[in-house]
Design a protein around this ligand. Sequence first.
Ligand SMILES: NC(=O)c1ccc[n+]([C@@H]2O[C@H](COP(=O)([O-])OP(=O)(O)OC[C@H]3O[C@@H](n4cnc5c(N)ncnc54)[C@H](O)[C@@H]3O)[C@@H](O)[C@H]2O)c1
Length: 266
Amino acid sequence: MIESGKTYVVMGLLDADSIAFAIGKTLESFGAKVIFTVQSERMKKIFFDRSKSLTEADRSSLDIRFCDVTDDQEVKTLFDGIDGAISGLVHSIAYSNPKTCLGEEFHTDAYDDLMKGFQISAVSLATVTRYAQPKMTEGGSVVTLTFASERAFAFYNWMGVNKAALEAVVRGLARRHGKDNVRVNAVSAGPVFTIAAKHIPGFEELGNTWAKSSPLSWDPKKAQGEVAGAVAFLLGPYSKQITGQTLYVDGGASIIGGELLPHEVN
Ligand SMILES: NC(=O)c1ccc[n+]([C@@H]2O[C@H](COP(=O)([O-])OP(=O)(O)OC[C@H]3O[C@@H](n4cnc5c(N)ncnc54)[C@H](O)[C@@H]3O)[C@@H](O)[C@H]2O)c1
């Protein structure tokens, strides 16, 4: 699946529940070397403070660097500072001010917040790909995380707009970097109970009701591993001719009209 000994950069670590952490651990299980990133030096401390389940051995084995994706110089410094080639990059990053962009009301005049959310959640995929690509000397794969942007969810408001933009960025980058033998794809995950998700009003209810419209059982409390497996597939050699795509890893909810009938529920 993933070739042992290859190096992957996984961006977007907040705590041990982060989807990024599950992805990194899955890649390591295939023998890959993983470089994680957090947003800032301060966030690295927060990661260790929050991740109580990690042993001392776990902590010392992690290669965690910092990079704010809104700062081109930090992104450049991150990739310049990596020895040797990288085979892939995971962008597991998003932000939208919950007070102004994710409320009950869709309309907002918080234009600075809208722009910040758009930059971090969509544009930054292009920023990190731009600086990572020269390190993919033997080609590579970039994967980002998105959420059901084809539908309008209550509260998700402007993050839904950012996710639609992110998927368009995926297609633009796939077109631009095919000649570099670099593929770019998105995984559209169903709801996963992480810190970012907890900040989205109504998300817990959405997660708990997701099973009603997914033919496969979907557990938002432990879906990170399922999502990570699909990301590993898109990073590795079995997906060599796949680029510019959004792969749904959501228990099948995206193809269902209405709710499942009682005899269809697991
Ligand atoms: N949790 C879900 O239900 C779900 C579902 C589908 C897609 N996703 C997506 O998966 C990705 C990871 O989310 P998660 O649920 O693991 O939450 P998370 O909070 O663990 O991860 C989000 C990360 O984005 C980082 N970030 C925000 N601004 C940044 C900046 N300027 N520079 C660098 N990093 C920055 C945060 O520090 C955090 O590490 C996000 O793109 C999210 O939208 C999540």
